[in-house]
Design a protein around this ligand. Structure first.
Ligand SMILES: Nc1ncnc2c1ncn2[C@@H]1O[C@H](COP(=O)(O)OP(=O)(O)O)[C@@H](O)[C@H]1O
Ligand SMILES: [Mg+2]
Length: 152
C-alpha cells in the first residue's frame, strides 16, 4: 500500500471514532444521519481534505452540494483552511447554484437560449396558472413541478 502522504493523519486529529470512520470511508455511498452541532460539516469538510491528501481524488473531482448559501459559504471556508492548495478547484455550491450553472453551460444542447433565467416563486405560480391547460394530460408526458426557490 502506498505511504500515507503527510497531512492525512492531521486531518483525522481530534475526531471521534464514528467521525473518523465516515471521513475515511472508501468505496460506495455513505449516508450520515446526525443532529445539529454534532459534527456533520466537520466530517464532510475533513473528508474532502482527506480524499485530496490521500490522492483518492483531485480537487476538481470533488463536488459538494448544500441547501443554503450559508452552509455552502461555511463549507468553503472550512475546506479552504484544510486544503492548503488546489482548494479553488473543489466545487462547493448550493443545489440551486450548481443546477443553474449546469443548465447555463448546456443551454444550447437543452434548446434554451443562453439568456434564460429561473423563474421566481411568484412567476412560477403565474406561469403554471396561465398555462395549466396546455400541459400534456397524459401521465407519460413531462411532469411540471413548480420548484421551491424560496431558499435561494
Ligand atoms: N470530534 C470533535 N471534537 C471537538 N469538537 C468538534 C468535533 N466535531 C465537531 N466539533 C465542533 O463542534 C461544532 C459543530 O460542528 P459542525 O461540524 O459544524 O456540526 P454540524 O454540521 O453537525 O452542525 C464545531 O465548532 C466543530 O468544530
Ligand atoms: Mg453543519
Amino acid at each position: 500500500m502506498a505511504e500515507t502522504p503527510r497531512g492525512a493523519h492531521a486531518i483525522l486529529d481530534g475526531l471521534t471514532e464514528a467521525q473518523r470512520e465516515a471521513v475515511t470511508h472508501l468505496a460506495g455511498p455513505l449516508l450520515i444521519i446526525a443532529g445539529a452541532g454534532t459534527g456533520k460539516t466537520t466530517v464532510i469538510t475533513r473528508r474532502i481534505a482527506h480524499l485530496i491528501a490521500t490522492r483518492q481524488a483531485r480537487p476538481s473531482e470533488v463536488l459538494a452540494l448544500t441547501f443554503t448559501d450559508k452552509a455552502a459559504a461555511e463549507m468553503e471556508e472550512r475546506v479552504d483552511q484544510l486544503v492548503p492548495y488546489g482548494y479553488a478547484d473543489v466545487q462547493i455550491a448550493t443545489f440551486h447554484a450548481f443546477g443553474d450553472r449546469l443548465i447555463k453551460e448546456n443551454a444550447l444542447e437543452l434548446g434554451l437560449t443562453p439568456d434564460f433565467r429561473v423563474l421566481t416563486r411568484a412567476e412560477q405560480v403565474i406561469f403554471v396558472r396561465d398555462h395549466l391547460f396546455e400541459f400534456p394530460s397524459s401521465t407519460s408526458g413531462p411532469s411540471v413541478i413548480p420548484l421551491d426557490t424560496s431558499r435561494r
